[in-house]
Write a protein that binds this ligand. Structure first.
Ligand code: NAD
Ligand code: UDP
Length: 330
């Protein structure tokens, strides 16, 4: 593809003011694209994209994806949806509408403009997995009526819609199943484990482990994830199935807490709180498809990604005297 074609493309990023969306907007602007960032600011923040306002190739539209919209675009990254469990459970009906109606509206837009569209799906489609690690062919183990279902089933229905629009209408789709991703610009208050532990450590508060801390997750640094999104969108051959994107390293929440305590040099206590219902006991991606189809794998180890995330929150909270920032200053 020539650089002129790349430059002329207008790319829509729904959820562009959120954690992942704002990093994606940065990447697309750096690549020379015209970017329309669409967001309703329900969980996203103006400060995530403040540095892009006024850029000649950046436009911000405040809009809710549950309502249709007509825009002249050639590519769509559909990221609009709350991702943190406390946030998506706060208004579960709206969460489901965002996934399902949002997918329909963005797929209709893609169909009418002949645009390629990428869906930000999730490892939550595997629920509490009985197959470990999780390959894309695993159909999952999801409670359809629990507290997490508004998110899990909404995202599963969105995947169904994506593949039906492809089969029935020939829409050019890509579906990324994103595993836990962390990094700068996470919202300190949104309740996810990485931001919670780092903020608690920096403020000298108790580290809150839900359950015994033996549940596992695989944490991917945001830069790796954005590279995966862009490679999936630009893959010349449309993958036949969703593609897992994540880091294959697997850690218990106790191990994560220990690493955060080491990096921050904090002497916070660890406290154990009740485990939320349907909390998956383990999660690790099988990323062989991404390696094979996209020549992609996550490269940034947890220690390095956490150090950069700690430095971000330390600056946000005005706590420069952490073990990480002391090491960086030497
Ligand atoms: P985030 O909450 O920071 O970003 C979501 C963005 O979508 C926010 O800016 C929010 O204001 C916007 N939004 C929500 N509902 C909307 C609506 N109805 N209309 C318009 N905008 C709306 O979360 P994130 O971590 O950046 O996640 C982005 C996407 O990636 C989500 O679709 C999420 O499900 C998916 N995902 C993220 C992770 C992760 O670990 N970060 C893992 C799996 C999937
Ligand atoms: N968790 C925890 N303490 C917290 C926040 C979360 O122990 O303060 C646990 C949570 O129960 C889950 C894991 O950390 O087992 C990951 O939680 P997160 O909300 O980040 O992501 P998800 O559950 O969606 O994978």
């Amino acid at each position: 593809m020539s650089s002129i074609e790349l430059t002329e493309k207008t790319v829509l990023v729904t959820g562009g003011a959120g954690f992942l969306g704002s990093h994606l907007c940065d990447r697309l602007i750096a690549d020379g694209r015209r970017v329309i960032c669409l967001d309703d600011f329900s969980t996203g923040r103006h400060e995530n994209i403040a540095h892009l306002i006024g850029h000649e190739r950046f436009e911000l539209i405040e809009h809710d994806v549950i309502h249709p919209i007509d825009l002249d675009v050639q590519e769509i990254y559909n990221l609009a949806c709350p991702a943190s469990p406390p946030q998506y459970q706060a208004d579960p009906i709206k969460t489901n509408k965002t996934s399902v109606l949002g997918a329909i509206n963005m797929l209709d837009l893609a169909h009418s403009k002949g645009a390629r569209i990428l869906q930000a799906s999730t490892s939550e489609v595997y629920g509490d997995p009985e197959v470990h690690p999780q390959p894309e062919g695993y159909w999952g183990n999801v409670n359809p009526i629990g507290l997490r279902s508004c998110y899990d089933e909404g995202k599963r229905c969105a995947e169904t819609l994506f593949f039906d629009y492809k089969r029935q209408l020939g829409v050019d789709i890509r579906v990324a199943r994103i595993f836990n991703t962390y990094g700068p610009r996470m919202d300190a208050q949104d309740g996810r484990v990485v931001s919670n532990f780092i903020v608690q450590a920096l403020l000298g508060e108790d580290i809150t482990i839900y359950g015994y801390g033996s549940q596992t997750r695989s944490f991917c640094f945001v830069d790796d994830m954005i590279e995966g999104f862009v490679r999936l969108m630009n893959a010349p051959v449309t993958p036949e199935a969703p593609v897992n994107l994540g880091n294959e390293g697997e850690f218990t929440m106790l191990e994560l807490a220990e690493r955060v305590l080491n990096l921050t040099g904090a002497n916070s206590n660890i406290v154990f709180l009740p485990l939320p219902s349907d909390d998956p006991t383990r999660r690790r991606p099988d990323t062989s498809s991404a390696r094979h189809l996209l020549d992609w794998s996550a490269e940034i180890p947890l220690e390095r990604g956490l150090a950069s995330t700690v430095a971000y929150f330390a600056e946000q909270l005005g706590k420069s005297d952490t073990a990480v920032t002391r090491r960086e200053a030497v």
